[in-house]
Design a protein around this ligand. Sequence first.
Ligand code: FAD
Ligand code: MG
Length: 333
Amino acid sequence: MNVNALFCLLVVVFCSCWNVPPQSELHFGTICTINLYDKGTRKLYQSIFNRFNEIEDHLSANKAGTDIAKVNAAAGIAPVVVHEDTFTVTEAALRYAESSGGAFDPTIGPLVQLWNIGFNDAHVPAQQEIDYTLPLVDFRDLQLNSEQSSIYLPRLGMKLDLGAITKGYAADEAVRIAREAKSPRGVINLGGNVYAFGVKKDGSPWNIGIKDPLEEDSIVGIAEVRNKTIVTSGVYERFFEADGMRYHHILSPVDGYPARTGLLSTTIIADRSLDGDALSTAVFVLGYERGHQLIESIPGIDAIFVFEDMSIRGTAGVIESFTLTNELFRVRK
Ligand code: FAD
Ligand code: MG
């Protein structure tokens, strides 16, 4: 190796070990920002973003050639052997479909495509189209074979959509990679799917802002957490307006319309982001009474509910440490 080549190699090695500022990239249709503080090397950030690429290549419903595209194309025809990522997330999704009584349903794909909320051709479907599509949504029909790692949708037209749980899985993977690289603390933000892992250098908790569902760049208050994920589902994330009505992207598998339960957003605080992501969507669809019951039945999980009447309620484990910062809202017992 000549002197120039050796110099270049040393520069590359040196730069990849050097701490760099927080990094952002576009994945999962949203901006993903990672801050690993004093242990964030370019190489470590890149290995996390590479992992996001892998997860998208397996689990995206918006991309050709993914496991999800293959399973959907083979609906009513044959089971499809899938990657471990896909099997793990689908298995977890099925568990949450069962525990939420189908409020969370990973076979929601045909309805998601019918509305296409978040894309240019989003529109209110005719009632006939909804009536035709709804029977294709039923998690009880989903067949998983763990020995073969295969997934089967038994009826033509059925479609998997794991958009409500995959960002949580990806956040958990990011934290796993960072911890394996001996990075003790950091904040991962995948478009509202936040994981604040470890504790701050001075030992104090992280202060995480809970988004104001009605106003961009505004928060309703701050939750204090240590080593937790905070995941929010809300009406503001993706929506379109028609005839003075707002139609958001969290759909009710019961009537096929955007879920209307008097809530603007639901936030889950948990140890695993996969759980937080699935539950934030499930609880939004269930509404306060049934959602609160579900959360109280699972140890170690807390929730914050923001209502259309601008009130905020929370489970016992979080509401004590929640600080309201927005005077337009009020905390209710
Ligand atoms: P969540 O509440 O977590 O999830 C809502 C989403 O889940 C809906 O958008 C719908 O897809 C689905 N859903 C709706 N109702 C239910 C229900 N009752 N039960 C279960 N699921 C439901 N967006 C793009 O614009 N372009 C892309 O290329 C793109 N690629 C993506 C690839 C991956 C792997 C993932 C995970 C997401 C991607 N997205 C993309 C974003 C995706 O389309 C969703 O909008 C996003 O995942 C919603 O997340 P959320 O946190 O806003 O809401
Ligand atoms: Mg979710």
